[in-house]
Design a protein around this ligand. Structure first.
Ligand SMILES: C[S@@+](CC[C@H](N)C(=O)[O-])C[C@H]1O[C@@H](n2cnc3c(N)ncnc32)[C@H](O)[C@@H]1O
Length: 311
C-alpha cells in the first residue's frame, strides 16, 4: 500500500525553525517525511537533519522520498531515545531546532490491518512500532475495569467511560474482544444514540491508542530531554492534535519561560533564569485553505519556543 500522509502546517512549522545551513535540526516524528523534506531544502548545503520514527512503513517511505539528500540521518528509534541517539552520532547540542508533529499519520489510520480505525475490520493493534509486544488487544482484554475507566476518561474525555468499561469486562468474560469492529459495535450498543458528528467509538479508540503508545508520557519526558539539548537560540516547534497534548506542551513551555516560580511568601527569589522564550503566546492553527483541503488539520495547534539559556 502506497504511503499517504498530508503534512499539516508544513510551512508554518518549518518556517518557525528559521532553518540555516551549518546547523543541526531534529525531526522527532518523521512520518512520510513532509516536514523533513522542507527542512532539508532549507538547510543546504551544510545543515544536518536527524529524523526519528518507530514505524517501519514510515521509515521505508521516507528513505525512498529523501534518498537524494546526503545530510539526513534517519533512525528507527523512539524519540524518547533522543539523548543516547544524538550522543552516539557525536552530537552534543541541537544548534538549529527540533520539530514534533504528534499523533498518528494518515497512513497509520488508513491501513486497515494496523487496527487504528473503528471503521475498518482488523485485529485490535494500534502500535506505532510494529515490533512492540503490547497492543490494543492487551489493553482491551487485560486491563481492570477501573483502569479502563481511567484511560477512557483521562485520554478520551469520554462521558460514558464507566458504562463502556463495564460492558467490555462483561463481554470479554465470554470471549476475548479481538477486532476493531467488535469493539466499535460494543461501544455503539452501550451508549445513548445522540446526534453527533463523530462516531461513538472515536474517544475510546483515541484513549486506547494513547495508552498503547504511551504518547503523553513520551512527549512530556522527551520535551524535558530536549531542553537539555538545545543550544542558545535553537527553536522547538510542536504540532499537537488534541487538547491533552496541547495542554502539556503549553504548560511546559509556560513553566520554563517564567522568570520566577517562588512562593508569594518568599522574600528573595533564587530561581534559575528561564530556559525558553515563547515565540507565540497563542497557538497557531491551520489556515482556512489548508482546512478545506485536509479537514483533520482543523484540530492542529502549533506552539513555538526559543532556547534562551546559554551553555
Ligand atoms: C503525524 S505523523 C508525522 C508526519 C510527518 N511530519 C510528515 O509530514 O509526513 C507522526 C509520526 O510520529 C511517529 N511516532 C509516534 N511516536 C513516536 C515515537 N515515540 N518516536 C518516534 N516516532 C514516533 C508515528 O509513527 C508517525 O509516523
Amino acid at each position: 500500500m502506497e504511503f499517504k500522509h498530508y503534512t499539516v502546517m508544513k510551512n508554518e512549522a518549518v518556517d518557525a525553525l528559521e532553518c540555516q545551513s551549518g546547523k543541526i535540526y531534529v525531526d522527532c516524528t518523521l512520518g512520510g517525511g513532509g516536514h523533513s523534506e522542507l527542512i532539508l531544502q532549507k538547510i543546504q548545503p551544510d545543515g544536518r537533519l536527524i529524523a526519528f520514527d518507530i514505524d517501519e512503513d514510515a521509515i521505508k517511505a521516507s528513505q525512498e522520498r529523501l534518498k537524494n539528500y546526503s545530510n539526513i540521518t534517519i533512525v528507527k528509534e523512539s524519540y524518547t531515545n533522543i539523548k543516547p541517539v544524538l550522543e552516539k552520532l557525536g552530537i552534543k547540542k541541537i544548534t538549529g531546532g527540533v520539530l514534533f508533529d504528534l499523533g498518528a499519520s494518515y497512513h497509520q489510520f488508513n491501513k486497515a490491518e494496523r487496527g487504528f480505525s473503528f471503521s475498518k475490520e482488523a485485529p485490535l493493534d494500534m502500535r506505532f512500532n510494529q515490533d512492540a509486544d503490547f497492543s490494543a488487544y492487551d489493553v482491551v482484554n487485560t486491563y481492570s475495569e477501573d483502569d479502563l475507566i481511567r484511560i477512557f476518561s483521562e485520554y478520551g474525555e469520554e462521558r460514558f467511560s464507566k458504562r463502556i468499561a463495564k460492558k467490555i469486562v462483561e463481554a470479554r468474560k465470554l470471549q476475548k474482544i479481538e477486532t476493531t469492529t467488535e469493539l466499535a459495535d460494543l461501544i455503539k450498543n452501550c451508549t445513548p444514540h445522540v446526534k453527533s458528528s463523530i462516531h461513538p467509538a472515536t474517544r475510546v479508540f483515541q484513549a486506547i491508542r494513547i495508552e498503547v503508545n504511551q504518547e503523553l508520557t513520551n512527549v512530556k519526558n522527551t520535551l524535558n530531554d530536549v531542553l537539555d539539548l538545545l543550544e542558545f537560540g535553537a527553536i522547538i516547534s510542536v504540532i499537537s492534535f488534541h487538547s491533552l497534548e496541547d495542554r502539556l506542551v503549553k504548560h511546559l513551555f509556560k513553566y520554563h519561560s517564567q522568570r520566577c516560580h517562588c512562593d508569594k511568601s518568599q522574600l528573595i527569589c533564587n530561581c534559575p533564569p528561564p530556559i525558553l522564550e515563547l515565540v507565540n503566546k497563542k497557538p497557531i492553527g491551520a489556515s482556512d485553505e489548508e482546512i478545506r483541503a485536509n479537514p483533520p488539520s482543523r484540530s492542529a495547534k502549533l506552539r513555538i519556543a526559543r532556547c534562551i539559556k546559554r551553555g
